[in-house]
Design a protein around this ligand. Structure first.
Ligand code: ADP
Ligand code: ZN
Length: 754
């Protein structure tokens, strides 16, 4: 090719023509990378085909062609073209997403650090009195000690210093008092390669499993099946049998998508037990270099199965035979930045193009997938019962309004009263029972930090982030107020910043506070906390989960991340401390997310032969999300939830795109959003598109984030094509002034409207 068309990862909806000088080495064919001159810079682009420039058009020469072979084959190019079209992003942006960072020049691969310094607790202070005494004059030491404790008694010093802003002297103090010791440890490059191999699953499939396996064996290329089965119903065995046939018998390849690798080490282990070295695990802790190695191994066919989160859908496999999307309802399959693709949708498009079979698995399928199954677009495969003798746990509802303890009307209720507000009597009794029987418990509270917010008891003022329209969360280790949207942190106020009042009240429990209460109430219990604050280390999740698996933890407390695919037979109790977190968010998926989370966490109890029990504490016991989770009634939930999405119409009844306008100035942002809505109305008047409507503009539920004001406009459409056409028109033609940092983004099939 002497003239080529090149896509660049720039916010421009067009490609550019270049000339390939004679004698240029390297491969310059569709799918290979080229370095090209662009506006006095050099840019890395992907060749998408031959160009045919008009006579007399000035065409520049490319600078270099680094590849001997194309980095993308035709089908991957086509997939990226679909993403660019559907999600309304420039082709170059979609292409960049599909390649490992090492190939897009976005980052330089960093060498893996081999050793690191860790701090380990050597004296365990189990008595609170003793703790108060020892740390009486060293609150910072106490905070650090408790942080290390919360991280499992051992934590990388680097993490403590950098991420959590402790000065070195605090740690030195703890070390010189011989409460904490310093050590060096080797950082494992890839624990998934060294984890103990478990024995492969070798069960005889149950009847329903057999049916599912047989149906998938005769599925036509591009077929999509929704595998609906409660947690523990044996979906993984169906996946394994499908892969065995596709990969081993037929010699093809496969992709397994999981919501998050770090949270599903057990699932990954089960695949590795059967397929061993044929698997490449694409987890987020890989360095760019390691990720590139895995990518190469997949492309060369040395690895035949890619297991990973969202982006593993771009694994460069040929002869693709199957794609599995486990927990297909998970919001993490949607990318939060451009291209805002949903890995489940990309999986289906890719499978259709390459003739693979898709299995979407879930205990609580998304309403979209469910209605596609109901309409016959997907095949529905059902696993009705627990497979390995697992029974559904018994679920109790604790109505927090009725069981409210009689708290004394003071600002600082005593520890017992405070505990009773967090852990109801029945849950307390059940926890004690498990502790005495040496069985394990899981407690869910989907709110990290110490308390949700701090409110002045005099004027009612709540401390809010200066950059975002959101209240600040109180964190204890270290003591400060933190914004969960922009990470802004400030010292805890002693007095109200508005009225000067000194009666500041903690509102809303966070995991840190519950952890503290639990350790006071059950001094001998071994408690582990798992939330974003204790898992910032690369392998922190796996470390905590391994300890639970080894029986070294009595109570695992955490946010939604503990609800994922864990299978611990000795967990016989699950408590949900506050089921209502998030239930009232102004988002059409709020109930669905709540139901999914409750169902999922309830499924953690009773995985073994001992059975299980679940306590859900709530102030909304009659809410259908809570009720249906209690009765394990997915069908009723779908029925009621669908009824609620008819008027006003929301997915799955319509397709929507969320157009968000943001800027540093409030007025300008509102004006631009109003302008965008008016522009859309005019467009629809000039070129009528039946079934398309425009809602808004309105401020986003979270009106300001990181100093940017946010407004949005919703486009709804009966048909996907119309939504695409209108959205594309808007993004490409509507002019956004270059001032006040104004931006317009379009999020197609959004998972949240916050
Ligand atoms: P899911 O993936 O649907 O949550 P799992 O595949 O984890 O369910 O299965 C739950 C448990 O049942 C596992 O311990 C698994 O080993 C066991 N199991 C699965 N299928 C069978 C079977 N056919 N016979 C006996 N045990 C089974
Ligand atoms: Zn903020």
């Amino acid at each position: 090719m002497s003239f080529i068309e090149v896509a660049l990862a720039l916010p421009l909806f067009r490609t550019f023509s270049y000339r390939v000088p004679i004698g240029m080495t390297g491969s310059v064919v569709a799918g290979s990378r080229v370095v090209v001159p662009f506006r006095n810079r050099q840019e890395l682009g992907i060749v998408i085909g031959a160009a045919d420039p008009r006579e007399g058009m000035k065409v520049k020469d490319i600078v270099s062609a680094p590849d001997d072979a194309p980095v993308m084959d035709q089908s991957m190019l086509a997939l990226c073209q679909w993403i660019a079209e559907y999600y309304v992003v420039p082709l170059g942006v979609a292409l960049r997403t599909a390649l490992p960072a090492a190939l897009t020049g976005a980052t330089v691969p960093v060498p893996v650090r081999k050793t690191r310094r860790v701090a380990e607790i050597v004296v365990e202070l189990t008595s609170l009195l003793q703790r108060d005494e020892i740390f009486a004059r060293a609150p910072q030491q106490r905070a650090l000690y408790e942080l290390i404790e919360a991280m499992g008694g051992r934590a990388a010093v680097e993490l403590l210093n950098e991420k959590l802003a402790f000065s070195a002297s605090v740690l030195k103090g703890l070390v010189s008092r011989q409460l904490v010791a310093l050590d060096y440890e080797t950082v494992e490059r890839d624990p998934f390669l060294t984890r103990a191999r478990r024995t492969p699953d070798s069960h005889t499939p149950t009847g329903p499993q057999r049916v599912a396996i047989d149906r998938l064996a005769i599925a036509a290329p591009g077929h999509v099946a929704l595998l609906h089965g409660i947690t523990g119903s044996g979906k993984t065995l169906v996946y394994l049998e499908l892969l065995r046939r596709v990969v081993i018998d037929e010699g093809k390849t496969a992709i397994v998508l999981v919501p998050e690798i770090a949270l599903t080490p057990q699932t990954v282990d089960r695949f590795r037990a059967v397929f061993g070295d044929r698997i490449a695990v694409l987890h987020s802790a890989l360095s760019d270099g390691e990720r590139y190695d895995a990518w190469l191994a997949l492309r060369r066919g040395e690895k035949r199965i890619a297991v990973g989160a969202r982006s593993a859908i771009f694994a460069p496999l040929r002869d693709l035979g199957a794609i599995i999307v486990d927990e297909e309802h998970e919001g993490s399959y949607k990318q939060g930045e451009a291209p805002r693709y949903h890995a489940r949708e990309v999986a289906i498009v890719r499978a259709r193009a390459e003739g693979a079979v898709v299995v979407l698995g879930s205990a609580t399928p998304s309403l979209e997938s469910w209605s596609n199954a109901a309409s016959g677009k997907y095949e529905l495969l059902t696993l009705p019962d627990g497979a390995g003798g697992a029974r559904l746990p018994h679920v109790h509802v604790v109505d927090l309004r009725a069981d409210k303890p009689k708290a004394k009307p003071t600002d600082t209720p005593d520890a017992d009263a405070a505990f009773a507000m967090a852990i109801s009597r029945p849950l307390d009794v059940a926890l004690r029972d498990r502790l005495s029987k040496r069985e394990q418990s899981i407690l869910l509270l989907n709110r990290r930090g110490y308390s949700a917010f701090v409110q002045c008891g005099t004027c009612g003022d709540v401390a809010v982030c200066p950059n975002c329209s959101i209240s600040l969360t109180h964190h204890r280790t270290p003591e400060r107020l933190v914004c969960h949207y922009c990470q802004h942190a400030e010292p805890l106020h002693v007095t109200c910043t508005r009225c000067g009042g000194s009666r500041l009240r903690q509102r809303g429990l966070g995991t840190q506070q519950v952890e503290r209460m639990l350790s006071e109430r059950y001094p001998s219990a071994r408690i582990a906390r798992m939330d974003v604050d204790t898992t910032s280390g690369k392998w922190a999740h796996t470390e905590i989960l391994d300890r639970v698996g080894a029986g070294e933890v009595d109570i695992l407390l955490g946010t939604q991340m503990i609800a994922k695919g864990l299978d611990f037979p000795n967990v016989t109790l699950v408590g949900v401390i506050d089921a209502d977190v998030g239930i009232n968010l102004p988002d059409f998926r709020a109930s669905e997310r709540c139901f999914q989370l409750l169902s999922q966490v309830a499924g953690r109890a009773g995985r073994g032969s001992k059975g299980g029990e679940v306590f859900i504490q709530t102030r909304a016991p009659s809410h259908h999300a809570v009720q249906c989770a209690v009765t394990h009634d997915y069908h009723r939930f779908v029925h009621e939830e669908l009824a609620g999405r008819k008027h006003p119409a929301y997915p799955p009844y319509v397709r929507i795109a969320n157009v968000v306008v943001s800027g540093t100035q409030e007025d300008a942002t509102a004006r631009l959003a109003t302008g965008a809505a008016a522009w859309l109305h005019k467009l629809l008047a000039a070129r009528p598109a039946p079934g398309v409507s425009v809602i808004g503009p309105a401020p986003c539920p979270v009106e300001r984030v990181k100093n940017r004001w946010r407004w949005h406009v919703l486009i709804k459409a009966d048909r996907a094509q119309d939504l695409g056409r209108v959205g594309r028109y808007l993004v490409e033609r509507f002019e956004v002034p270059k001032q006040f940092g104004l931006r317009l983004t379009l999020d197609r099939d959004p998972v949240a409207l916050l």
